[in-house]
Design a protein around this ligand. Structure first.
Ligand SMILES: [Fe+2]
Ligand SMILES: [Fe+2]
Length: 163
């Protein structure tokens, strides 16, 4: 069974290209849930997805590289959905999987597992389920992380980020 540190190492190793991209700076400046930035949220989702694959003993079926990259890019929509924008982001919950995929395809060379997992990570809020097990792991890890982050007490102590 992998330890927390081993999982973090795997995420940094397989996610290196994503972490090094200049657009990740936008994720570092945008809050996602509560006091957690999109960047921190994406790392949590990646670590949790790897942890679940490990504890469920899915390694014979899961492509670790695609799993980590999908998790890191699942919310790569690159805007702060809390900003006022005439209601354009009102449908954020339904549309941001596609927005994340559009940006991710522009910035990275993605395989079919990564594309599908990013686009469908809001299932069952969006109707089409993921095609691959990596997508289900990202979806589950995202729901768990988002719920924890939203109800964390830290949300009341959130520092102002430079925009
Ligand atoms: Fe999302
Ligand atoms: Fe997310």
């Amino acid at each position: 069974m992998l330890t927390r540190v081993q999982i973090q190492r795997l995420v940094y190793q397989h996610g290196r290209e994503v972490f090094e991209h200049e657009h990740m700076d936008i994720e570092r400046r945008c809050y996602q849930h509560g006091a957690v930035t999109t960047f921190a949220h994406s790392i949590r989702v990646a670590c949790l997805a790897v942890w679940m694959a490990d504890r469920l003993r899915l390694w014979y079926r899961v492509d670790l590289h695609s799993l980590v990259r999908s998790a890191l890019l699942h919310d790569y929509f690159l805007y702060d959905w809390h900003d006022w924008d005439n209601g354009e982001h009102r449908l954020h919950g339904f549309t941001h999987g596609q927005a994340a995929l559009r940006n991710a395809v522009r910035d990275f060379d993605l395989n079919h597992i990564e594309r599908d997992s990013i686009a469908k990570h809001m299932f069952p809020m969006t109707p089409v389920p993921p095609k691959y097990i990596e997508g289900y792991l990202v979806t589950m890890a995202d729901k768990i992380s988002a719920t924890r982050e939203t109800f964390s007490r830290d949300r009341f102590h959130k520092p102002l980020l430079r925009k």
